[in-house]
Design a protein around this ligand. Structure first.
Ligand SMILES: CC(C)(COP(=O)(O)OP(=O)(O)OC[C@H]1O[C@@H](n2cnc3c(N)ncnc32)[C@H](O)[C@@H]1OP(=O)(O)O)[C@@H](O)C(=O)NCCC(=O)NCCS
Length: 235
């Protein structure tokens, strides 16, 4: 009897790369559909695309993607990550270089979304007005460099539902941690919504340390995590 051919499915390696401008619409779509928490995703794809663009352009931030099948079979992305290598320097840049275009986009989006506008006026107007004032002092960090005690921030990571549990989230976050280490940043922080699909478990199991839980202005509970770039990943 001839032996039957045994088919073994070897998962394809997950390849991560820096995002290009052409990836932004797909990144924005993944973000709005899979991470609809907080104000920014509720402002819609156009606003989120404008916000993601800042991560691609800024020397203090990073946008990563893993390729995957897109809608209708064409090349798309399976997941993305956005984060700041130096949170304070990036925030300063947002409030100077990107402030006007983000405010214009946000205002346009809020006019079209009366419920989001009402919630914004109730919970965020005052803190945002305070925060949006241009910083009085320019940080001494030159573009592309990070301060000695810089803290990085992993802002968002999301993987398409059909492609979860195949290692994309781990590869994206590991690449971000490597980039932070190469930029001499030791501490990375993030917050994640405790209601978001598996995210707390994901960070716990990939070597992040849980800090306090916080209740947000709009009634959500978020979990803070920290990670040191010289700490080994756990499993
Ligand atoms: C969180 C998220 C990015 C993880 O992406 P992923 O590609 O599925 O993660 P990985 O396959 O790399 O998982 C790595 C490990 O994390 C753990 N993990 C991931 N998802 C998990 C879940 N839902 N439940 C329990 N553990 C989980 C597992 O230990 C996993 O390893 P294993 O599959 O070998 O057991 C993805 O679930 C997602 O996009 N969620 C919605 C958006 C979100 O909440 N993002 C995080 C907030 S910023």
């Amino acid at each position: 009897m001839r032996p039957r051919a045994v088919q073994t499915r070897v998962p394809a390696p997950v390849l991560v790369r820096e995002a290009a401008p052409a990836d932004i619409p797909a990144m924005a779509q993944l973000h709005v559909q899979n991470l609809p928490v907080g104000l920014f995703p509720r402002l819609g794809h156009h606003f989120v695309a404008c916000w993601h663009r800042a991560y691609l352009d800024s020397p203090h931030a990073l946008a990563l993607v893993v390729d995957g099948p897109g809608q209708e079979g064409e090349q798309g992305i399976a997941g993305f990550l956005i984060g700041a290598l130096d949170r304070e320097a990036y925030r300063h840049e947002l409030l100077t270089r990107y402030r006007t275009r983000l405010i214009v986009r946000a205002a346009g989006a809020l006019v079209l979304r009366p419920r989001v506008l009402a919630s914004f006026l109730r919970t965020r107007l005052r803190p945002y007005l305070r925060g949006l004032r241009a910083p009085r002092h320019t940080p001494s960090v030159p573009p592309g460099a990070v301060g000695t005690a810089a803290v990085a921030e992993l802002t968002a990571v999301a993987v398409a539902p059909a492609l979860r549990r195949t290692g994309s989230g781990r590869v994206l976050t590991n690449e971000f941690i490597d980039r932070c280490a190469r930029a001499d940043v030791r501490r990375i922080e993030l917050v994640t919504d405790v209601g978001s699909a598996g995210s707390v478990e994901f960070y716990r199991r990939t070597g992040w340390t849980a800090l306090r839980r916080i209740h947000t202005r709009d009634g959500r509970t978020v979990q803070r995590f920290v990670r040191w770039t010289d700490a080994p990943e756990e499993s």
